[in-house]
Design a protein around this ligand. Sequence first.
Ligand SMILES: NC(=O)c1ccc[n+]([C@@H]2O[C@H](COP(=O)([O-])OP(=O)(O)OC[C@H]3O[C@@H](n4cnc5c(N)ncnc54)[C@H](O)[C@@H]3O)[C@@H](O)[C@H]2O)c1
Length: 379
Amino acid sequence: MIKIGIVGIRGLSTVMGFQALDNVEVAALCDLDEDLLRKMQDEYHIEKGYRVYEDLLESDIDAVVIATPMQLHVPQAILALQAGKHVLSEVTAGVTMDELWWLIETVEQSGKTYMLAENYCYMPDNQLVRQLVNQGLLGDVYYGEGEYLHNLQSLVTYQYGLHQSGKTSWRKYWQLGKRGAYYPTHSVGPVMQWFGNDRIASIATFGSGRHCDDSLRQEDTTVTLCQLASGKLVRIRLDAVSPRPHQMAYYSIQGTKGVVESSRIAGHPAHIWLEGMDDSVDEAKWRPLADFAHHLPERYQHATEAQIKAGHGGGDFFIVEDFIRSIVDHQAPEIDVYRACEWTAVGLLSELSITNGSRIMTMPNFRKNMPYSEQIIRL
Ligand SMILES: NC(=O)c1ccc[n+]([C@@H]2O[C@H](COP(=O)([O-])OP(=O)(O)OC[C@H]3O[C@@H](n4cnc5c(N)ncnc54)[C@H](O)[C@@H]3O)[C@@H](O)[C@H]2O)c1
């Protein structure tokens, strides 16, 4: 039996996924907010509750889900790994470049599983596109896009629990208080999975300036261009303040034989065009991506009711299934610490880029046993 501890209430989004697995038990919950902690323990039938994270780590859990504010992810992941626990961490992996190197070093020394809980990678449409790319239906893919357009202004004050009083939240500083693409992994992660083993080699970020809210350091919209080692291109857009309906999961991918694009309207179906669908490219017409649902990974096609109930068409189950499988099989997790750091570093480098006139920043090559001499940021 693998015993899971969760820190931060948002981590409860994994509970149904864990409960759908035979060999796993969510044994403990930790949150500073005692009232919320006890309420959630009752609601989710979690036996042990802790306010102090170090006390959670002293219990007999095997793994921790870290779902606290972003600036706590690395300190809490390091403590967990040093205590011999496996880690599933919410996004992003960390908030400074040095933190990312501390994290990699600790994961390597601990020999424990560290996986980034980048749940957007597990959305059925994104998994379907990954299959279509892997099967070669889009040809050689060379351009991808990800956009996260989510007005977060209401979240700069706390909305629930202890903090209903309207106190300033961590998001005011660690998200909307940052310049550049501070929250890149939902946009970059799925797209980079479509590019297989390619890696991000450099980035540059451009901002629109502040026209909506000059109490925040974040510009209205930023666009970050990522050049891959192969020379291919990924564009991401982040917008947390513009007055507009949300669209947190817009993606596109263009290849030599076809293209897939999300709808610009959140919740509306994505579409696809592939070579051969029409007589000529001048007559090319979109088809619903759903027409290709039979290409979804088998486990998505045959998801059980309990797995689907976990959320996102089974995606919220498969992410925890992959985490547990990595622990049990002693295999590298699906989103390992190196990918987690590269995707996170897009945001950290983008801050440097945008504060230096949108200068191009070189991405360090995050990999196993990366030498100290390469733990630098080249301009
Ligand atoms: N993957 C997604 O789709 C997604 C969605 C929302 C949030 N997130 C991520 O989840 C994390 C949490 O976001 P949120 O919106 O739930 O934040 P939040 O501020 O609403 O909740 C954070 C919780 O952590 C608790 N907490 C804070 N410090 C703690 C500590 N030292 N020990 C124990 N508990 C502590 C707080 O009491 C609070 O209940 C963030 O990293 C965010 O980026 C991810």
